[in-house]
Design a binder for this molecule. Structure first.
Ligand code: CTP
Length: 426
């Protein structure tokens, strides 16, 4: 990645301040960064701070004759290996989708044939507006890639997707795209002949068989409050679920990852919905529908305290009793027949013995289509699967049990993503 060059277009949104941190991360990794700041962007960050961090002059004006003579907007886009738009506002994306060019940012976006990565940021109502949805689809069909937006506390009501992805997640997406040596955008080649890429537009978040599909993934533990400072939880690291989300996104899917608290970065091209309790996870999953397939990897707490105390429970010198009630089974709920049921519902099952038999039973009980059965016995001398990077799994379907060779969580995720792509094709 060292030595690669990023042209960063900073649009006008509160999230513009995060672009500064992104520049810092890119420079630290040895990349060249030049920035274009829109007029609205200047209301949120100054050209001075972007210039100081990027150690390059910052461009703001299309009609700046001095700067155009030095490095015009066409040269700027030629100079770059990748164009990154962060924050990508509704206005900037609307102009780009409609082919408008009335300032330096929109003109550069229209003039570039380099791969474009956008990190959208806007109010949830705007993000969900049909006009913005259409524009995002147009840009995705034209080869733009997207990272985020992230979702707020809940998927419903006034909260939802719209928050710009964190700088670390945008940085990870940039690393991923640069490593993949993307082809140029499908523009008309010089001389009027269509470029080879024009015939086959690139997929929104990766070229692959899951392009145009929406996949729902759950991951991580849930936290069930006893009082404001104490919780019931489990040791799930979330690694397997995040690996599944990343593998599905790499195959071109639009992925919604409903995640309990973890220390992991959102994988490139994935929208993360952060939740804490099983009830929140259940609601967020239902809000994320419709989905073509759902993969439930979360280690949902089976029980929660019947009522969480609003005040911290004080010690009284004796013991304490916490009455637990069962949490909804999210996997079973999603598997119920109905118009919103995803075509394919996949569960994970951790078992210490009778792995295949218990998994087959679970498949029936929960009504899902596949179970990835995970052997968490300590037979190999290691202390269970939580937090480890390897998995021993078998795929259990109504047709039988198939042990897999895949061992690392990434390999399990990749194999599963391939199988899901095949199943949805059929
Ligand atoms: N799961 C879920 N909601 C729950 C519990 C589990 O969606 N309340 C999902 C998990 O994400 C996983 C699958 O169900 O995909 C299997 O979870 P597991 O805890 O092994 O199943 P249980 O029904 O709790 O069975 P057991 O009696 O073995 O704990």
């Amino acid at each position: 990645m060292d030595g690669k060059r990023i042209l960063l277009i900073v649009g006008g949104g509160v999230a513009a301040y995060k672009a500064l941190e992104l520049v810092r991360l890119l420079k630290k990794a040895g990349l060249g960064v030049r920035a274009i700041l829109t007029r609205a962007g200047e209301r949120f960050v100054t050209p001075m701070s972007l210039a100081a961090l990027s150690q390059e002059p910052v461009r703001t004006d299309l009609f700046d004759l001095g700067a155009e003579a030095e490095m015009g907007h066409i040269e700027l886009s030629r100079w770059a290996d990748l164009v990154v738009v962060a924050p990508a506002t509704a206005d900037l994306m609307g102009k780009a989708a409609g082919g408008l060019a009335d300032d330096l940012a929109s003109t550069t976006l229209l003039a570039t044939d380099k791969a474009v990565l956008a990190a959208p940021a806007m109010n949830v109502r705007m993000w969900l507006h049909p006009a913005v949805r259409r524009n995002v689809e147009t840009l995705a069909a034209g080869g733009w890639r997207f990272v985020g937006p992230d979702e707020g506390e809940m998927a419903c009501g006034e909260y939802g997707p719209g928050r710009m992805a964190e700088p670390a997640a945008i940085f990870a997406a940039i690393q991923d795209l640069l490593a993949r040596n993307l082809p140029p955008l499908p523009l008309e080649a010089a001389g009027g002949k269509p470029s080879p890429a024009a015939a086959k537009p690139a997929a929104p978040s990766g070229d692959g068989p899951l392009r145009g599909r929406h996949l729902l993934v759950t991951a991580g533990p849930t936290l069930e409050p006893i009082d404001p400072v104490r919780v019931l939880t489990n040791r799930s690291s979330g690694k397997q679920g995040y690996a599944v989300a990343a593998a599905l996104a790499r195959l071109g899917a639009r992925v919604t990852l409903v995640s309990g608290p973890t220390a992991l970065e959102t994988p490139p091209g994935v929208t993360r919905v952060e939740v804490e309790t099983a009830l929140e996870m259940d609601e967020a999953c239902r809000c994320a529908l419709p989905a073509d397939a759902a993969v439930m990897v979360a280690a949902v707490a089976d029980w929660r305290p019947e009522s969480a105390s609003e005040l911290k429970v004080k010690k009284t010198g004796g013991g304490a009793t916490v009455r637990l009630v069962e949490n909804p089974d999210i996997l079973a709920g999603l598997s119920k027949p109905g118009p919103k049921r995803p075509k394919l519902v996949v569960g994970f099952a951790a078992e210490t013995h009778n792995v295949a038999a218990f998994a087959a039973e679970k498949l029936k009980k929960k009504g899902c289509d596949w179970i990835v059965a995970n052997d968490v016995s300590e037979a190999d001398g290691k202390s269970g699967v939580f937090g480890r990077d390897e998995n021993h799994v078998a795929l259990v379907t109504r047709d039988g049990v198939e042990p897999w060779e895949a061992v690392s969580k990434t390999e399990v995720a990749e194999e599963l993503a391939r199988r899901i792509a095949d199943a949805l094709k059929g």
